[in-house]
Write a protein of this length. Sequence first.
Length: 459
Amino acid sequence: MKKMWAGRTDGVTDKLADQLNSSIGFDQRFYKNDIEGSIAHAKMLAFKNIITKEEADKIVEGLQGILADIESGKLEINLSAEDIHMFVEETLTERIGETGKKLHTARSRNDQVALDLRLYLKDEIVKIEKLVKELVATIVYKAEEYKDTIMPGYTHLQRAQPVTFGFHLMAYANMLLRDVQRLNDCLDRVNTSPIGSCALAGTTYDTDRYYEAKLLGLESVCINAMDGVSDRDFVIEFNAVCSILMMHLSRFSEEIILWSSWEFKFVELSDEYTTGSSIMPQKKNPDMAELVRGKTGRVYGNLISILTVLKGLPLAYNKDMQEDKEGVFDTIDTVKLCLEVYISMIKTLKANKENMLSAGKKGFINATDLADYLVKKGMPFRSAYKIVGETVRKCTERNITLENLTIDEYKEISPLFEKDVYKEISLETCVNKRISVGGTSVKMVEEHISDVKKILNIE
Ligand code: ARG
């Protein structure tokens, strides 16, 4: 097929070259954005008397018809067109004749592709943000349910101090809220119009780029035409924001996988989010969490790809930039699917309170509190730390816990110990005395939950 840009060359390209060159297989996703962009462009051209009002009306009507026909299935996107921009323009000219050829005045495909990507991304960022907020809300409700469920908190994956499951979950709520902020920051920079850059240097036509941006609902215009068509920072940024988001989900997944193991048995996933083994009848595998962890690698890959594509690219547009889209689409699809599964998986997750508590009772996780007890009675922290360390060692040798020592044994260790020591080192006390800002006490977690609910505007 002869290309629309035939002229300088005869516009006939090799079949394999066409295959390499073509982007319609993936950029057809932009059909709506491309048409929306073209409608705004025709309106701007008429507004500035570059084409007549009648011509613009004819173009707009033609474009609206194309959109309606694609959506109803009447018009199939022709995959032999080079890209979606060409397909829309060719179809328009086929339908309305010569007037269709006026649409491409004062713009270039380089502007168009950058615009379409921005418009598309803008919608998708809003959708992803909504899903992240829904996941935060789900976590908040779970945290509320388990705000007094005691479990060991870990450092180095060694039992460290008692926390509640609600507290642990709220850590993820915080991470994801930062992801929401990052998505919004990214949106600010996506919200800018490159249309009218006219390939690289601006135009001699008396256009109104601000008017056109306003019609498209974009906040501002790219103020250097060369930058406008060369800039894919927003693609990198979007992939980076999604990579951080996936990293959070991946850490969460890792914990869910550990907690579902027989070694922990802290949580039980609903059957719907697990799979069986083809050979081992006893298996209930946390595949969904594993896949989210695995797909994180793929989203990182998309970030590294676009960083690498852009590295060393001279200004302005180069065809290398066509490689920006598939990674973005893949990231969007992956992130959305992972978030959707996560929301339901967390909603249906059940904690095993008894196992969490019994794990808490075994790891000397109240040792810090025992040391603090002595400090509050006047002993310097370092001395208390040493005494308690030695006590823990003796307990492990006798295979007992700190609660099992008699008061006489405690008094032998230090005369500062009194009977109230047992209450002071009970896990409930350890948790609920942690009332410092950000602490694990039920009181502080309740405050945190209510703050996050306010941010999300939920009850
Ligand atoms: N399909 C192209 C892309 O995705 C559109 C821009 C083409 N521009 C050009 N000068 N060949 O980047």
